[in-house]
Design a protein around this ligand. Structure first.
Ligand SMILES: *Cc1c(COP(=O)(O)O)cnc(C)c1O
Length: 419
């Protein structure tokens, strides 16, 4: 496959690390990343001519699977009418209606172009609305690549953060507090000290960026209560979880009403999107009605909005089928654990509904397993810390093929260990 080798070389020369987003470089697992030609349903086709069962699904975006016929048809019909106007279009209004119908706590919404932008807008709005400076996030959470959210916990009570990236000035994260997730006592201490200065708490209701972390609903409710008490805005970052577990938000599923919710991934149906929304009382502080500036040339782009709208409509029709996704994950999980055990390999599978992640005792085991699975046409997230996803296009036969591949991989790993 000389062609792929050549392309990878050009990619390495032209793009930093050969990629436009770091995890795509397969740094964690080593070896060459796959170059993608196309996707169809649960299948991903590499430029190397190989087919993979896709558990990454554009990092959770493609919940219908790739190239869903109805979504593709609707987008095709749309593009002939112009690609971007920088003005309000009908589809944008329709998509806002569709989301509002599914998410009762949202009066108003603003569409943007990425999850990062959605989070930045929500945080700025929270600060503008409350007139406060500090925001609180949790360890191991990911909220996009804005400077002030790239903070790791350092020492001191949620203070003295360490920038999680070079190029992020300490000054830019000095208003970012970081707390351990699930520790109510700690949270109370932070609020006792900084309560009147905290504009917002932002949280992933189900952890999806440090492996899959099952929701701690009690703790989420604790956050809701304490933010309410102190007049801080609660932001649920549902960029992954929005429309992932049912036709609505994780907030709706858990019976918690955050003040603001951010969306991304799924609601764009595969095109770049983000959105944030909440009660009108808060949202109306955004320009042009209010003093919190937020703007973008491509926000509410007609093609993106059509992609999102057609995706959500197709999902709404499937809304009673969400439990099937969980069933597939559960089947995969129990069999992976069993097969690993039979080969004497220590594997932990964390899962919640249609998301799962794999953790081996040793990183080397993950890497070995990953490379073997890739070789057998199974495309998993190339890091233990990234979530894997199931789409409505995944069939039982895909899961069985994956289990068969895993059985072989575990056996090869066990044999190698012996040799
Ligand atoms: C992916 C993600 C983001 C960032 O979205 P982008 O579209 O990549 O900017 C924010 N928050 C969470 C929880 C995410 O998973």
């Amino acid at each position: 496959m000389a062609k792929v080798k050549d392309l990878l070389q050009v990619a390495d020369k032209n793009l930093v690390g050969g990629v436009d987003s770091p995890v795509r470089s397969f740094n964690y697992v080593g070896g060459e990343p796959i170059l993608i030609k196309s996707g169809q349903g649960a299948g991903l086709y590499g430029l190397d001519g190989r087919k993979y069962i896709d558990y990454v699904l554009s990092w959770g975006s493609a919940i219908l699977g790739h190239a869903h016929p109805r979504v593709v048809k609707d987008i095709r019909a749309k593009i002939g009418a112009g690609l971007s106007f920088g003005l309000t279009c009908e589809t944008e209004i329709e998509l806002s209606q569709e989301i509002k119908k599914a998410v009762k706590s949202i009066d108003k919404i603003r569409f943007v172009n990425s999850g990062t932008e959605a989070v930045m807008g929500a945080v700025r709005l929270a600060r503008g609305y409350t007139g406060r400076l500090k925001i609180l996030k949790f360890e191991h959470s990911y909220h996009g690549s804005a400077d002030y959210l790239l903070a790791k916990s350092g020492s001191g009570l949620a203070t003295l953060q360490i920038p999680a990236s070079s190029g992020v000035p300490k000054d830019f994260i000095k208003h970012t507090l970081v707390a351990p997730f699930g520790d109510s006592k700690y949270l109370e201490k932070v609020f006792a000290k900084f309560g009147s200065q905290i504009a917002a708490v932002i949280v992933e209701p189900v952890g999806g960026n440090y492996g899959v972390i099952s929701p701690d609903i009690k703790f989420l409710k604790r956050i809701r209560a304490i933010t309410k008490k102190h007049g801080a805005i609660l932001i649920f970052d549902e960029v992954i979880t929005g429309f992932r577990f049912h036709y609505g938000t994780a907030a709706g599923k858990f019976g918690i009403t955050p003040d603001l919710i951010t969306f991304g991934k799924i609601i764009g149906g595969g095109l770049p999107v983000g959105a944030f929304g909440g009660r009108a009382k808060i949202m109306d502080n955004l320009a042009p009605l209010g003093k919190v500036y937020q703007a973008s040339t491509f926000s509410g782009n007609p093609v993106v909005m059509q992609s999102g709208l057609s995706t959500l409509r197709a999902l709404r029709k499937l809304k009673n089928s969400y439990p099937q996704l969980k069933k597939l994950v559960d089947h995969l999980k129990s069999n992976l654990i069993r097969e690993a055990g039979l080969s004497g390999i220590d594997l932990n599978v964390a899962s919640y509904e249609s998301m799962f992640s794999l953790r081996f005792k040793k990183k080397a085991d993950f890497v070995a397993f990953y490379r073997l699975m890739l070789g057998k046409g199974i495309f998993l997230a190339p890091s233990e810390f990234e979530a894997n996803f199931i789409s409505f296009s995944h069939k039982k036969s895909d899961i069985i093929r994956t289990i068969d591949a895993a059985r072989l991989a575990f056996k090869q790993m066990a044999k190698k260990e012996k040799d």
